[in-house]
Design a protein around this ligand. Structure first.
Ligand code: SF4
Length: 328
């Protein structure tokens, strides 16, 4: 029915192109599914600035995704403050897209986007139990086998002090179970070291977690107080020098893990997406690499390729973060 359809785009009166404004190259786009957050992590002031979670109805999100795909976008990066909580505020309300009913819910979002036939990458997912449901979609190739989960720490006392969502989940067990279903799953995460009160033993627990979890891509920051954040009032702030040492120890350990995980891919045949063509060849990304934050795949000599092409390559070499490949 007409009243449920979006207004047709009129290029003479609309200021925006039908696919919206994308401050990213044409072949990939960020798709924001919600704004705000229901959590109150003690180091964060986003909820006080942006308010509680407000999800966009699923039909609206899917229509935008479809428009982007139709305009030539090859990869959608799903972003929000808490992607796994999508739709909670709307009581998972239903919407119509392509003659089917979908709930405003993380699983429905993932499975509907999986029908577009382009890469779909999930960012800012918290390890709630219902996240398990989307791993089979990844194993089936519907959405990219990639989860960006900001764990922030591994010690339960620190996680509680941080007031992190899903802090009580047994993340190591979950990661193992996910990898059993989807062996190619790439997990990216971020961590904070030197949170107020973090003892040497708690920091070492974090290092041990890295050993066990074998995460693929990891970012780490030293804790720094943000004006207005609750954690500023916590006792036992850690001296800067200790924070810096912990950051260096953390990064050293993770660099070894990342390098070993990339080495295992040498010799494999993979599909990559071309991001850039330069004088020496093409610069691409694998399924494991989100733009701007992860690694790249360099294909020497492949100057005939176009940005946005999907090509099949054999991985020939890897260092700590990037890989080199040849066309097959
Ligand atoms: S850090 Fe915590 S409070 Fe801040 S946006 Fe993320 S989940 Fe919400």
């Amino acid at each position: 029915m007409q009243e449920h359809l979006p207004a047709a785009h009129n290029p003479f009166i609309d200021l925006l192109p039908p696919q919206g404004i994308k401050l990213t190259p044409q072949h990939y786009a960020y798709l924001k599914i919600s704004e705000g957050c229901n959590h109150r992590c003690s180091f964060c002031i986003i909820p006080s600035m942006r308010g509680d979670l407000v999800s966009r109805p699923i039909d609206e999100v899917l229509r935008e995704a479809q428009t982007l795909a139709d305009s030539g976008v090859k990869e959608l990066l799903i972003v929000s403050q808490d992607t796994s909580a999508y739709g909670v505020d709307l009581q998972y309300q239903e919407g119509l897209w392509q003659d089917r009913h979908w709930r405003t819910r993380f699983y429905d979002l993932a499975s509907a986007l999986g029908e577009l036939g382009i890469w779909v990458r999930m960012h800012y997912v918290y390890p709630y139990p219902h996240v398990d449901e989307i791993i089979p979609l990844m194993a089936a190739g519907k959405i990219l086998p990639y989860l960006d989960i900001p764990f922030q720490h591994a010690n339960s006392r620190i996680l509680k002090l941080m007031k992190r969502p899903a802090a009580a989940e047994n993340n190591l067990e979950r990661i193992k179970a996910w990898r059993k279903i989807c062996p190619d799953l790439t997990i990216r995460s971020t961590f904070i070291v030197g949170f107020p009160g973090e003892t040497e033993a708690e920091f070492e627990e974090l290092l041990a977690f890295l050993d066990e979890a074998q995460l693929d891509r990891v970012g780490c920051f030293t804790y720094s107080p943000v004006k207005g954040a609750a954690a500023n009032d916590l006792p036992d702030q850690i001296p800067e020098s200790v924070k810096e040492q912990r950051l260096a120890r953390f990064m050293e350990k993770q660099a070894e893990i990342s390098a070993a995980r990339l080495q295992r891919r040498v010799g494999r045949i993979e599909t990559v997406l071309i991001d850039e063509v330069v004088e020496e060849g093409a610069v691409a990304r694998s399924q494991s690499d989100a733009p701007e934050i992860d690694g790249q795949v360099f294909i020497d000599g492949a100057t005939h390729l176009q940005v946005g092409d999907f090509v099949t390559v054999e991985i020939e070499e890897a260092d700590d973060y990037d890989m080199w490949a040849r066309l097959v």
